[in-house]
Design a protein around this ligand. Structure first.
Ligand code: ADP
Ligand code: ZN
Length: 595
């Protein structure tokens, strides 16, 4: 079998290539070197798996993490692809068997870590087996510009150059212009070999809200949002605490952070990966959790604090909805996220890197404060020119009102200035309101010109205004909450800059994504899910390796009563049909008889 489309249909059971897949595969089939930058969920693995089957020889796949390799092998094997790895974790017997399969020409895919691939011993082995292609996964690791630089990736070039006729396929989900250029040079890929799929993740719905009692906000979210999800928190403490607060109500919430015992961490991850139902497990994690997790049915990612940068936000939220089904991203931010980050920059970051870091933070401020499309801001950040409105973010779905709060902002800034910039929001509010508290009288602040200058309306705005001013570095809180001026203060005081506030619409029930959502509670769907769970458990694999939700949905809708009919369902390839088909047909028959 050497026709890619035929392989896609027969081995994978998919009807058509998606996005740039075909373009990438065509190049590999033609023996050309390629760098494919494709967002998470775009189907990168298929880009080397299909040519690996179509071309003679074994495809060598360079991958940075053993866990990642094992997931890939498990998923490839479920499709009937012959895949194995050579890693430091293998015992001698595994190693010998893999080498034997390799030398017999029985392997479609061989996964190897970069530090092994660059050794002389591996080169000697490579001389003896024909490679169909060399795929370099997570290729941004080759670049110092990238966010996960791995020096071992730099050592790959001699191996690649030893096989100039074997097509190279570098793959990554995140690479800015500099990183891309670097990958091309480091891996010897021509400039016209770059294929960019664009950054958009259309099935992810973005929401951003000011933080206001985050445990309650998250509980409300969980009450409406079924399925497995990740909540990112800024510290280990918070992970433990929030996991405890969110658990219960039929929903399991588990902590994950570097401070946990390795066994506990592994166990929690295993439970999370296996979660498949509406009640799906919630992982409350620091950013230690993520890389190497390719669970496709994560239905939401929530941030309980500000991410480090737009890039980090994009990557972390990108873990939702890899399967293409609707998914949600929620960000809850507070003014102190910004003040803390700004303080850190001034105190800990070397001077020459501060402007860049400030810019990073300002980009986040723009994202959280905007009244316009969130997706447009993200995509513009990555150099794209998206439409003004995406129709699938909070601001596009329910456009918020904006109010001009410049006057209130100027009064707040004046109050901070007149009180010598050492008081917090409560005291400043008292001064602006004209309240004769002990503290006001004690400091003589009732004699200031700003005493009592704010009207009711402006007083109601003091808190959101302070949040906005802190986010844009016009006000800076010290360790005790005392507010002083940042560089953004003067232009506002001088009337050169306006302060607009976004007023989020009152809590509305979220329009649940209709068409593609799982028919939770539908007896046949639930029976299929139970069947999947049993088969997965038996095989010691997560349920999604057996079939994705979308495949079960299609089965529940079409009710195929024979293996032939089942084979036409998307995601049911030849190997899965043979292995799992009879069990599912049986479930469908039993359901029909009962009905
Ligand atoms: P990435 O590595 O780019 O995040 P994956 O390779 O894990 O993405 O693919 C994401 C999911 O999409 C996988 O479950 C895969 O089976 C599925 N998929 C990939 N290509 C297609 C296609 N052409 N049609 C249907 N599903 C596909
Ligand atoms: Zn939008």
């Amino acid at each position: 079998m050497s026709d890619p489309l035929q392989i896609l249909r027969e081995t994978f059971g998919f009807a058509a290539f998606r996005g740039v897949q075909e373009q990438v595969i065509d190049r590999v089939m033609a023996g050309k070197h390629t760098l494919a930058v494709m967002p998470t969920g775009a189907g990168k693995s298929l880009c080397y798996q299909v040519p690996a089957i179509a071309r003679p020889g074994t495809a060598l796949v360079i991958s940075p993490l053993i866990a990642l390799m094992h997931d890939q092998i498990r998923s490839a094997s479920a499709f009937g692809i012959q895949a194995a790895s050579l890693t430091s974790a293998d015992d001698e017997a595994d190693r010998r068997e893999t080498l034997a399969r390799l030398q017999r020409g029985d392997l479609d895919l061989l996964y190897v870590a970069p530090e092994r691939a660059s050794t002389g011993g591996f080169r000697a082995l490579a001389e003896r087996v024909p490679f169909s292609l060399i795929a370099i996964d997570e290729a941004h690791c080759v670049s110092e510009w990238g966010h996960d630089f791995r020096p071992d990736y730099r050592m790959l070039k001699p191996l690649l150059d030893a096989f100039p006729d074997v097509p190279r396929l570098a793959l990554t989900a995140t690479a800015d212009r500099q990183t891309r250029a670097d990958i091309l040079v480091q891996l010897g890929i021509p400039e016209d070999g770059l294929i960019l799929a664009g950054f958009d993740r259309p099935n992810i719905r973005y929401h951003v809200r000011p933080r206001d009692g985050v445990p309650q906000q998250l509980k409300a979210l969980l009450a409406e949002q079924p399925g497995p999800g990740i909540v990112y928190v800024p510290s280990r403490d918070k992970a433990d605490k929030l996991a405890e607060q969110l658990g219960g109500n039929g929903r399991r919430a588990l902590p994950y952070h570097a401070g946990l015992d390795a066994r506990v961490r592994a166990a929690n991850q295993k439970i999370f990966v296996a979660a498949d139902g509406a009640e799906g497990t919630v992982m409350v994690a620091t950013i230690a959790f993520g890389m190497g997790i390719d669970k496709p049915d994560v239905r939401f990612v929530a941030h309980a604090g500000l991410p480090k940068s737009i890039e980090a936000y994009y990557q972390e939220t990108g873990r939702a909805g890899r399967d293409g089904d609707p998914a949600e991203a929620w960000l809850f931010w507070g003014a102190n996220d910004f003040s803390r980050a700004r303080r850190r920059i001034e105190a800990e970051v070397p001077e020459d890197r501060r402007p860049g870091e400030r810019q990073r933070l300002n980009a986040l401020a723009a994202l959280v404060e905007t009244a316009s499309c969130r997706r447009a801001i993200l995509l513009r950040h990555f150099g794209e020119t998206p439409p003004e409105s995406c129709g699938n973010c909070d601001n596009c779905l329910a456009p918020p009102a904006t109010i001009d709060a410049t006057e209130a902002a100027r009064k707040l800034l004046s109050a901070a200035f007149r009180t010598e910039m050492r008081f917090g929001i409560q005291h400043l509010t008292d001064v602006l309101a004209g309240r004769e508290t002990d503290k006001v009288l004690g400091f003589g602040h009732h004699r200031l010109s700003v005493f009592g200058v704010a009207n009711e309306e402006e007083l109601a705005l003091v808190k959101p205004v302070a949040r906005a001013l802190i986010a844009r570095d016009a006000l800076r809180p010290d360790d005790y909450g005392g507010l002083s001026f940042g560089p953004g203060a003067r232009p506002i005081l001088r009337g050169e800059e306006k302060v607009e506030l976004v007023v989020p619409p009152k809590r509305q029930r979220r329009a649940r994504a209709g068409r593609e959502a799982n028919p939770e509670g539908d007896p046949l769907f639930e029976a299929l899910r139970a069947c999947r769970r049993d088969l997965a458990k038996e095989a010691g694999m997560p349920p999604y390796v057996v079939f994705h939700d979308s495949t079960l949905r299609e089965m529940a809708a079409l009710k195929p009563a024979s293996l032939t009919a089942l084979g036409r369902v998307s995601g049911v390839g030849a190997a899965k049909l043979e292995r799992y088909g009879p069990a599912f047909v049986e479930v469908i028959r039993a359901h029909d008889e009962a009905a």
